[in-house]
Design a protein around this ligand. Structure first.
Ligand SMILES: Cc1cc2nc3c(=O)[nH]c(=O)nc-3n(C[C@H](O)[C@H](O)[C@H](O)COP(=O)(O)O)c2cc1C
Length: 187
């Protein structure tokens, strides 16, 4: 087997496309795109964030943020908030076409246009390692995107980030159940 070596780079597939949303001290919402993140404990997520982002300035004051899942329908808005900083464009959130609803659980905006949202409290942010750790306080899903009370990926159409090609892909067909398809090999 011959493999091409890409070296020590942050390349996995597929990365999440998370939209972190925060309020500033005046209640103005901001949002940014983050792909370098994952679940790190039962109720905890970790994201690698550069310290200068408006997002980091905001959650340092409010202690909270939300994480919306980017969707095929909202891809342009989700990409836009990853290109432009709230430090430069004060009404970036509105320009993206996003509207905010204050979380019931934390002092951060839930983006109405993103059907799945984690509402998080800041545990710790270390500007040296760039790691933000957040406690997941609630996960809210827009009822229009549920089928039989469960989040329906066919309706939500979440997108993933392909860092090899700087591309977004919509999640495709279901090919089986987790903790299940492998059972046939347990002989
Ligand atoms: C696909 C994509 C993924 C990104 N992932 C991250 C990330 O994981 N961490 C980070 O610090 N910035 C990431 N960025 C860059 C920020 O989203 C961008 O700098 C943004 O303008 C910061 O916004 P803010 O200053 O309003 O918080 C990403 C951008 C894109 C387009």
């Amino acid at each position: 087997m011959k493999r091409k070596n890409f070296g020590a780079k942050p390349l996995t597939c597929a990365q999440p496309v998370w939209i972190l949303a925060t309020y500033d001290e005046n209640g103005v919402p901001d949002a940014m795109n983050a792909a370098w993140g994952g679940i790190s404990e039962e109720n905890e997520i970790s994201v690698c964030l550069s310290a200068g982002h408006k997002t980091c300035i905001n959650f340092a004051k409010t202690g909270a943020f939300t994480v919306g899942m980017a969707t095929a329908e909202t891809a342009a808005a989700c990409d836009y908030v990853g290109i432009v900083s709230g430090n430069v464009v004060a009404d970036k959130f509105a320009r993206a076409g996003f509207t905010a609803e204050k979380s019931e659980f934390v002092n951060a905006p839930v983006i109405r246009e993103l059907p799945v949202s984690l509402e998080c409290r800041v545990i710790r942010y270390d500007p040296e390692s760039c790691i933000l750790r957040g406690e997941i306080v609630n996960v809210g899903v827009d009822e229009a995107y549920l089928t039989d009370g469960k989040a329906d990926m066919g309706k939500i159409r979440p997108i993933t980030f392909d860092p090899f090609n700087n591309a977004y892909h919509v999640l495709g067909e279901k090919i089986g159940n987790a903790w299940d398809v492998g059972k046939k090999l347990m002989k």
